[in-house]
Ligand binder design. Structure first.
Ligand code: COI
Length: 327
């Protein structure tokens, strides 16, 4: 069987692709660039394509379908970058790839601690040999009430990680889990906004929760709330967040994701003039830490992303139960 791989990375993915393709008896086609209308034809003759986070809009879905592609497997947990409605309409399958939730969960707690210990300012000052104390006094996590919105695998792991710090933990999800109740108390969203000093987002982006953290949500939050987002940029209305930071309502933010990041992150753009005004504003704030969607990036996750994408296509080909199949 044949899989065409887009956005293939030599420096970290190649060895895993070689290993897992050999183990599964798969023939790979590869393209180091992201998929687009121009290079889509490379996938002709391949029923399966493996992609990363490139936007696959309706036109591109249709193009791949016309070329004979029958399943799009993204080597990511999230699949909001694919036009699912178009794929469904065509009867094309979509799959994702999972990896251990610890990579994102650990990174989330790191961002929480960096925010509440004012680490951006400490590091900026230390670089300039400014070792003074005013303005960098931190707070202790055990004195926080933390709200975790989204208690899937990653949110649940964040909650378990946090349980060692002694903070009060509140959780919110459309689907409540018994395993979470041992560490956190489920609460309605309004209560999370009104009660928690630190809010962390862990849900997939859907059309229903797009911009859920908007002016109104921020208005309901406590004065001095810390916001951490390692999920998807679209969950937060960036303009509303900037206003919240300017007013002091949001005391600090740790953002591994930002709206409209795709096409920017994972490229070397240091010599380019970036047309990302909101990102520039956020990065200028001393109390906002912006990282380029790196929470996933560990040795284990890269191996799993490649392995599960290949396995998903193989299971589909064999007509077997496929845990990574979205539809
Ligand atoms: C995911 O797997 O959904 C991620 O967020 C990581 C990806 C952007 C590489």
């Amino acid at each position: 069987m044949k899989i065409f791989v887009y956005s293939y990375r030599d420096f970290d993915e190649a060895a895993f692709f070689t290993k897992f393709a050999k183990e599964s008896g798969v023939e790979l086609g590869i393209c180091r660039d992201d998929p687009d209308m121009d290079n889509a034809a490379l996938a002709k003759g391949y029923p399966y394509i493996s992609i990363l986070t490139t936007k696959i809009d309706a036109e591109l879905v249709q193009r791949f379908y016309d070329l004979g592609v029958r399943m799009i497997s993204t080597r990511t947990v999230g699949y909001d970058h694919i036009d699912l409605a178009k794929a469904r309409e065509l009867g094309m399958h979509v799959g994702n790839a999972t990896y251990s939730p610890h990579c994102v969960a650990d990174y989330t707690v790191m961002l929480m601690l960096m925010c509440i210990r004012k680490m951006k300012r400490i590091m900026q000052r230390a670089e300039l040999n400014d070792f003074s104390l005013p303005g960098i006094q931190g707070r202790e996590l055990r004195n926080f009430t933390v709200g975790v919105i989204g208690t899937g695998k990653i949110g649940e792991t964040v909650i378990k990680n946090l349980s060692g710090f002694g903070c009060e933990i509140c959780a919110h999800d459309l689907y409540e889990k018994e395993s979470v109740r041992a560490y956190a108390k489920y609460a309605p969203l309004e209560e999370i906004y009104e009660k928690c000093d630190l809010i962390s987002l862990h849900m997939p982006l859907t059309k229903d929760n797009y911009h859920m953290i908007d002016e109104e949500a921020i208005r309901r939050m406590r004065e001095g709330t810390v916001l951490v987002n390692t999920a998807r940029g679209g969950l937060v209305d960036t303009r509303a967040l900037i206003n919240g930071i300017k007013s002091g309502k949001i005391a600090a933010a740790g953002l591994d994701v930002i709206e409209n990041e795709f096409g920017m992150y994972y490229f070397d753009r240091k010599s380019d003039i970036l047309d990302k005004e909101e990102l520039a504003i956020l990065r200028s704030f001393p109390n906002v830490i912006v990282t380029p969607h790196m929470a996933f990036y560990t040795d284990e996750s890269v191996s799993d992303m490649v392995k599960h994408s290949i396995q998903s296509c193989c299971l589909e080909e064999a007509g077997k139960e496929n845990p990574w199949k979205i539809f």
